[in-house]
Design a protein around this ligand. Sequence first.
Ligand code: ATP
Length: 437
Amino acid sequence: MIEKNNKMEKIVSLCKRRGFVFQGSEIYGGLAGTWDYGPYGVALKNNVKNLWFKMFVEDREDMYGMDAAIIMNSKAWEASGHISGFSDPLIDCKKCGHRFRVDQIENKEKCPDCGGKLGEERQFNMMFKTFVGATEDESAVSYLRPETAGGMFVNFKNILDSLHPKLPFGLGQIGKAFRNEIAPRDFVFRSREFEQMEVEYFVKPECWEESFNEWKKVMLDWCEAIGLQKSHIHELEVLDGERAHYSKRTIDFEFDYSFGRKELYGLAYRTDFDLKSHSAKSGLDLSYYDEETKERFIPHVIEPSLGVDRTILAVLLEAYTEDDLGGETRAYLKLSPKLAPVKVAVFPLLKNKPELVEKAREIYEILKKEFKCEFDDNGNIGKRYRRQDEIGTPFCVTVDFDTLEKKEGMTVRDRDTGKQERVPEEDLISFLKEKLS
Ligand code: ATP
């Protein structure tokens, strides 16, 4: 059993050492709340995003993909209520000057850091402000989106006019969101720049509950598909007064992170709030005409909202494993093959035997047409296995002397058991395909 705090430290260190995630602007001392994904981090993230897009959009007839602009006309943020309402309550310590989110501290009188007296509570808007164009005056002010949702609502009419979908239908989009979090923390869990995978699902008002329950199920299936244990996911009904300004019902899906049970995803019933507000602000009719009932109305919205980075962290925490292999403690990522950045690594047993290197390269060239592969002839074989274990590669194929001399095929090593079996060259692809599926 790995101690919880320790596990987080180990993951942060593995992510840096193996090229998954680096601190943002690290050579300049960093920039709080920003993280840079390196080669394996990008691969893991892309696997997560592609799987989400397939499951939430492509595999469904009632869903359409979107990729809207990050910067929007600031009228959109007035309409959505983000300019007036997207804020967190903030409190400063009068003594040490440290800043806290009021809902994250227990004693509202005393500073959790120095014990000093805390000042007055005030609201802090979390949107990043910027200027569009060459003049820096009020008319040029815009914001980086704090959620991807807005880009979908403002395109509702475009989708109706171009694709003529019937209710219920939804839009799905993956993209960056920005929040000037008061206290970014816990690695990529709470950052100021992050990615979301969001669905806005439009329904007849009377059907909202049915859709809400359906999407809840999809979200739970998703958690299972990415390898999160059921016992680590908890549904929390968010109470009146604690929900976002647009929501009439919200369920938070919480995950048992090593630093506590915290929100992983949210599922919200946004009512007709957004379409109604954008209709009023833009002057454009964003209603829907039902051909069957001959009724015109503003659809209601169900929103499953999933953070990419919180997914990555949950997946890493779930996958990080230590065991005893050959008398040594080893660490490995027990990632589902779907998510693993590299599926198969190919090695020559020894790097200074050209005939082994040549054959291993030949095998690599064949396998890479089928799987995401990596060729490695650096250092000794033990080190190469250890590296692949740490990046979560399910299988390592090694070319040795028996491959060449006895034509006995190559060894295939299983990441989780460390066991090797010899597989004839002609069976290699089908063997790996079966194991990886
Ligand atoms: P929290 O209460 O933790 O601040 P939230 O309720 O404000 O989160 P939502 O507005 O519901 O979050 O955003 C939807 C999803 O986006 C979250 O469930 C989470 O996965 C992700 N998310 C939100 N804020 C951040 C952040 N600062 N860093 C990383 N992911 C985030």
